[in-house]
Design a protein around this ligand. Structure first.
Ligand SMILES: Cc1ncc(COP(=O)(O)O)c(C=O)c1O
Length: 453
């Protein structure tokens, strides 16, 4: 099958002057962008079109958001139908039937025993919500001293205050010490190129790094620790796959000490690891799972926390008189009807098109393709898990991030979109991409890298 790239000149989008006065872009070098803009004008299937009329194979599923590709009419129709029926319902004290039904459906995707769903609008809100639930739970159990949180180096848990506190990306934290949560420790990250470079799937080295959790328990005493939060695979800092046995050990230590384990599955949830959740992929059951992104295919913001039943029972159980609110938390748009409709449509597509079977095929295809690039000068590591992969590239001396930016721009010139974090390049193609498209994505990337070094 011939794969569409920039050779396709029938696209007629024209480059217009864009007035860039007012928009302050998130997580973007704004000054650089104004000189080197990347403006997308449309998206259909697994392709974006930019304002040069270039057709770009979406190698990153938007921002890990769009595993079903772009513009699926079934999602659009579901949203339109809901819009004409009921465009909004107050999230507090009221709900639509469809939001209840969605929570039931999402719980079916989650591991047994995680049967309650709290809806929010983003991954960041999901993380802060999970941290609040952890505190409320311990307090309701009469263990109010359990207030410390444990995150991990290199973790990304969103941009809200809780998320940057447990997150482990220095640039996201360094200016904000004054508002960060107190009482947070971090486990070491598990990436060590001298031990695991070019591992396919889970590295065999590194399970012992989980023992650091025992050290923190000794230091603070378990009676002061509320929760550990981890991404099963660290997505934003470059598809860092957990060493064999690592998550199991973390689970064991948490259980031993009554510490809650939260898996932040905002990227890894709903198929990215060729399983419902990372919890299923690695066979480790957390106490809470955060999700966002793929649940609506990125079409309308939605996120949430899936919670162990007894955590919900414990918190609601101390609510006092029944007319009183048990957990003082929520958002105006929690369980928004349009997001709910989009989520139902996405789960329908997952089920009717057997998307999960597709992810298992692409797991293999992407893994084979990316690891075939080993040995190309400039590539210092290749990692993969499920339908996600990453390459670490040799940086340009003294200019962190410039290599990654140049590679992104060259990728765009050659007709593909990838995700960059400094000099790490990540790929997470849509699950509806064909095997040939995924192979072509990696092939074009290899040409770009060969040109750059
Ligand atoms: C693991 C994880 N948690 C939280 C977030 C934040 O999600 P959002 O940008 O929707 O707030 C992200 C975003 O990429 C993420 O990868």
């Amino acid at each position: 099958m011939k794969v569409e790239t920039t050779q396709f000149k029938e696209v007629t989008a024209m480059q217009d002057e864009v007035d860039m006065q007012a928009y302050w872009m998130p997580y973007t070098p704004n000054r650089y962008f104004r000189k080197n803009p990347k403006i997308m004008v449309s998206a259909k299937g697994v392709y974006y079109t930019d304002d040069h009329g270039r057709k770009l194979l979406d190698g990153a599923s938007g921002l890990w958001t769009s595993p079903l590709g772009h513009g699926d009419p079934r999602i659009i129709e579901a949203i339109q139908r809901q819009y004409h029926t009921m465009d909004y319902v107050p999230a507090f004290q009221m709900a639509s039937k469809e939001t209840f039904r969605l929570a039931n459906r999402i719980a079916q995707y989650a591991p047994n025993g995680l049967g309650k769903v709290f809806f929010v609008n983003s991954g960041s809100e999901a993380v802060d919500t999970a941290l609040k639930i952890a505190l409320a739970y311990h307090r309701a159990k009469g263990e109010a001293s359990r207030i410390r949180m444990i995150g991990r180096e290199r973790a990304y848990h969103g941009g809200c205050v809780g998320g940057i506190s447990v997150g482990g990306i220095p640039t996201n934290r360094k200016m904000f010490g004054a508002i960060m949560m107190p009482g947070v420790d971090h486990l070491p990250h598990t990436l060590n190129l001298s031990q695991m470079a070019f591992s396919r799937g889970q590295p065999t080295w590194g399970a012992h790094l989980a023992d650091d959790l025992e050290r923190l328990v000794l230091l603070h005493d378990a009676s002061n620790i509320a929760a550990v939060i981890l991404e099963p695979v660290q997505g934003s800092t470059g598809v860092i796959v957990p060493p064999l046995g690592y998550l199991e050990k973390i689970r064991e230590i948490c259980t031993k000490h009554g510490i809650l384990l939260i898996f932040d599955e905002v990227i890894t949830g709903f198929g990215r690891l060729a399983a419902n959740f990372g919890a299923d992929r690695f066979g480790v059951k957390p106490d809470m799972i955060t999700f966002a992104k793929a649940i609506t295919n990125g079409v309308i913001p939605m996120g949430g926390v899936i919670v162990r039943d007894d955590i919900y029972e414990t918190i609601t159980g101390i609510g006092g008189q029944e007319q009183l609110i048990e957990f003082f938390h929520g958002y105006t748009y929690s369980g928004h009807p349009l997001a709910t409709a989009a989520a139902h449509a996405c789960l329908d597509i997952f089920e009717t098109d057997d998307i999960m079977a597709r992810t298992k095929v692409l797991d293999q295809v992407l893994g084979d393709a990316v690891h075939s690039l080993k040995g190309i000068p400039g590539i210092i590591d290749i990692r993969n898990c499920g339908v996600s992969a990453a390459f670490d590239l040799e940086p340009i001396a003294g200019k962190p991030g410039l290599r990654g930016m140049q590679i992104l721009e060259s990728c765009i010139e050659h007709g593909i979109l990838v995700r960059i974090t400094s000099d790490t390049i990540a790929m997470g193609p849509p699950f509806v991409a064909s095997s040939e498209e995924v192979q072509s994505l990696v092939e074009i990337f290899s040409k770009v890298v060969k040109k750059a070094f």
